[in-house]
Design a protein around this ligand. Structure first.
Ligand SMILES: [Zn+2]
Ligand SMILES: [Zn+2]
Length: 149
């Protein structure tokens, strides 16, 4: 896991390189993300935590900063169906299972040969930068729980 100093430095350097301001809000959101450890988080969760550190911070600021952190490579967006955007503090390539009932998202470490997918994407003129597989279905907990009538 990367330590806070490193990601803060990385964010500062990247913002300066882009000519964007290093704001207390951006640093606070990065600190929140850093404090989560390895997790999948929704924008609302980050917003709630960031509000504790920076009273009055706005939801659009949180959205924009999470996009920025994704762009910088400090976060990875998890492909989800509908619902809230989910960000992953784990940024190396890995895949997920997603439960349709409770919304749980869990990492899967399995090697996926995506060469054929990438070839197909590139043949469409697409420039791929991330490939992730989401296995959808019902998690063990939900499968063992009768559905409410
Ligand atoms: Zn579930
Ligand atoms: Zn993950």
């Amino acid at each position: 896991m990367s330590d806070a100093t490193t990601t803060t430095t990385r964010l500062r350097d990247e913002l300066r390189r882009r000519g964007q301001r290093v704001t207390p809000q951006r640093l606070a959101i990065n600190a929140v993300v850093e404090s989560l450890g390895r997790r999948h988080v929704t924008v609302d969760e980050v917003f709630a935590l960031a509000s504790d550190r920076v009273p009055g911070i706005s939801l659009p600021t949180v959205y924009a900063t999470l996009d920025l952190l994704e762009d910088v490579g400090l976060l990875r967006r998890v492909a989800t169906e509908g619902g809230a955007a989910v960000f992953d503090t784990r940024t190396d390539a890995h895949h997920h299972v997603a439960c349709r009932r409770c919304g749980a998202i869990v990492d899967i470490d399995a090697t996926v040969d995506s060469a054929e997918l990438l070839r197909a994407a590139e043949s469409m003129g697409f420039i791929p930068d991330d490939t992730q597989v989401v296995v959808r279905g019902v998690c063990a907990v939900c499968a063992a729980t009768p559905r409410a009538a």
